[in-house]
Write a protein that binds this ligand. Structure first.
Ligand code: GLN
Length: 232
């Protein structure tokens, strides 16, 4: 009786993370949907999801997804609004970024516009990942495809399923990675082709995980990355 009076209830506090999706251009609605789905299936993490278009919205999040779309256009729009500088400063202070497709191009340290042209140091000032990326590697819009991806990281592999269906739309290719870059996934048809990577506070994928139906493993992974539960 006395012991039950003095019983101390220990409640497990949920980890709270706030994730924004850059809503300037591209497939940001689909990313929000997958974040919601992933968050609803996770225990112990409370996720707030928002759209980010300006500095003050950026300051309220700990993780940012830069969606696929058109990297040249995103670069122009974000330069005009000074968002590129803001994002760089925010990431230097610990913010985590996941760039998908065009977002990957913005994160790459070196980019070539097509395979015949030389690599140029990324003019985008986010370009802090030690990867070389070739834009439109697989061809034009009509050459877009759905390809099997093999996951390389145990945190991404759920129930032993190493496969992920990747949607590649006018996709870039990661043609080389520095030693400090973790390879998260490769293309099944050509396992030399790395299609998702992690380095320091950045994650990048060449395909569109937000367009794969009912499979939110990459979004779950990013939530854990932002929460500090997985590290580069
Ligand atoms: N090819 C586009 C670019 O260079 C990227 C395509 C995409 O994000 N689906 O920006």
């Amino acid at each position: 009786m006395l012991s039950s009076l003095f019983q101390i209830n220990t409640y497990k506090m949920a980890t709270k993370v706030s994730i924004g999706v850059l809503g300037i251009q591209g497939s940001f609605i689909e990313h929000k949907y997958h974040l919601q789905l992933a968050a609803s299936r996770m225990e112990g993490i409370e996720v707030t999801i928002s759209e980010v278009r300006c500095e003050s919205e950026l300051q309220s999040v700990q993780g940012l997804i830069i969606p696929g779309g058109e990297s040249t256009m995103m670069n122009i729009l974000m330069n005009k609004t000074n968002m590129l500088n803001s994002i760089k400063a925010w990431q230097d202070n610990g913010g985590k970024i996941w760039g998908t497709c065009a977002g990957l191009i913005l994160l790459a340290g070196y980019v070539q516009d097509n395979c015949d042209l030389p690599f140029e140091e990324n003019k985008s000032i986010i370009g802090n990942m030690d990867i070389k990326v070739c834009r439109n590697f697989y061809g034009r819009q009509k050459d877009s495809f759905v390809g099997q991806i093999m996951l390389q990281d145990k945190e991404l592999i759920d129930n032993g399923n190493e496969n992920f269906q990747g949607v590649f739309i006018r996709a870039p290719a990661i043609v080389s990675c520095g030693d400090n870059v973790k390879k998260l996934a490769v293309l099944q048809a050509d396992t030399e082709k790395v299609v998702a990577v992690l380095q320091a506070n950045s994650m990048a994928s060449a395909f569109h995980p937000e367009l794969t139906t009912n499979d939110s493993r990459f979004h779950t992974f990013f939530i854990k990355f932002v929460a500090g539960l997985v590290k580069a």
